[in-house]
Design a protein around this ligand. Structure first.
Ligand SMILES: [Zn+2]
Length: 81
């Protein structure tokens, strides 16, 4: 995923946060590690195996999981700068 694509993904997620799976309230770091390392989720950016799990605060829609592979996570970080 390129930085431009990552920007588009972030805009889409702001418009449609319901595309992301809900994350539990009171999330602890162990839950993020479990999701990233013990569970299988597709990367939101490219569909390959996700290796990182983030939690996005989608305000009215609550907290949502954001599963990404390393490459897409780097693109998203760069798009946010
Ligand atoms: Zn990816």
């Amino acid at each position: 995923m390129t930085v431009t694509e990552a920007r588009g993904l972030l805009l889409l997620l702001r418009a449609k946060p319901t595309l992301l799976p809900p994350a539990p309230l009171g999330l602890d770091p162990r839950a993020m590690d479990r999701r990233a390392y013990d569970e299988v989720h597709p990367c939101l950016g490219c569909g390959s195996l996700a290796h990182l799990a983030y939690v996005a605060d989608c305000q009215l829609y609550g907290f949502r999981w954001l599963d990404l592979c390393y490459d897409c996570a780097a693109s998203v970080r760069e798009a946010n700068n």
